[in-house]
Design a protein around this ligand. Sequence first.
Ligand code: VG1
Ligand code: CO
Length: 542
Amino acid sequence: MIETIATTPLEGQRPGTSGLRKKTPVFQQKNYVENFVQSIFDCLEGFEGSTLVVGGDGRFFNREAIQIVIKIALANGFGRILVGQGGLLSTPAASNVIRQYGAFGGIVLSASHNPGGPHGDVGIKYNVANGGPAPEKVTEAIFARTKEITQYRILNAPDLDLDALQKLRFGAATVEIIDPVSDYAALMQKLFDFERIAALFKSGFRLRFDAMSAVTGPYAARIFEELLDAAPGSVLNATPLPDFGGHHPDPNLVHARHLYDLAMTPDGPDLCAASDGDGDRNLIIGRGRFVTPSDSLALIAANAHLAPGYAGGVKGIARSMPTSRAADKVAEKLKIPLFETPTGWKFFGNLLDAGMATICGEESAGTGSDHVREKDGLWAVLMWLNILAARGESVDAIVTKHWAEYGRNYYARHDYEEVESDGANALIDALRTALPSLKGRQFGDLRIAGADDFSYHDPVDGSDSAHQGLRIHFEDGGRIVYRLSGTGTAGATLRVYIERFEPDPARQQIETAAALADLITLSNEIAGIAKFTGRAAPSVIT
Ligand code: VG1
Ligand code: CO
């Protein structure tokens, strides 16, 4: 039943920040998925007879792609394939299944927060045995292989039924369709005080969680409404749809604006939250208070000991470089190490495996811990619920007290989406060349203390990653960071991260845009954003 099919390399199969992401029609090309999946397996050794986990976020074309992945995996010699029912597994749940069942690795079909549908995006990502995204060394090897591939091996069999929980046999190998939620829910019950959170709901606490018609729906419905007995209707858009209902499943202040507006009404829910397409991001808004992901990381690290799974304390905190330095203050106070890594969860894996970090986070709405090797949206919501239940205070009160104690890091990210690649690259090149001359320059009240091109030396495996973002530091502690997105699928996306530290509680309740106004103006001036991109304003501010 195994066939060897001749093929030729296809352009542009280089994985980005988080796997290979392209427009749907690109993925639908003949042999596109086949080439990439065979290239993954060609770069792995010793998986004969072992377990592979397969799942995705339920978007358009996932079912077709999953059939191909399973058939190629069987033809290449995997012994057991675990597939989420309906082809669904959230990214953190896939990470958990890989770890829990001792799998060799996993393949996750997702373009995460990117839109889905015939004109949307599709993505595919390989995770290694620790449950985390493959490190750069592996993704680069896969890319090299895609440029040389001449054939793939595939099982010639009818499509499998992915919807019934069952075990299918293929010779000595099995394909098991598993409940995507139960193992994950059990893990959450171990980490958090479900009784206390249930009591919080019973006391009248109101949650509104928007699954954005993406993968977290079934997880959120089970955990919040069934296990924690939150009021029916606490979970919105709980049915995963192939096109996410035509929406952009990105839980930010633009695409989840309705939640923000709801939370800002005087009788709004106590907590509004959301997750993205594949369930690894989170949005946290208390009544009257939006929590930036960078602040959320710091607050979680400072309060994690209130949750049973973290009662022993936090060993270290890791954040991506552009993430605000709010978490650094917490690490200082707790006298634990703080690691600054490049953007992308794959850089946290080694630190988590080595027990050097317990809590990790990114400014892009990603927070997580050593419980899996991916960021985890529902985990973050449960952590907040556990903290709120334990402290008996509102989100706003907790945030305000945190700032008074540690200082506030005003923070914004400006995205210039789908600009022309040539212009974006020219901007970065010009700024990189100018970096050495920036030190000591004065702009109004702002004086540049230093500027550099961030590179990371992994303290665990000794690998180096260069050109991970251009940083400009100011003498008053402010900072501007520039980098190009590695997840976009059209043109280039320039991300500009702007931050200012404010220790004085009397000045901690200013509008973010006002608190950062001079830095924002300067961010355009220094890099010539308008000149290089032709854009007068960012497309998204988060
Ligand atoms: C973005 C975020 C990054 C995140 C990545 C994947 O990458 O900035 O922090 O890890 O998306 O998240 P980039 O290269 O576009 O800036 V997800 O939820 O899309 O897997
Ligand atoms: Co995601």
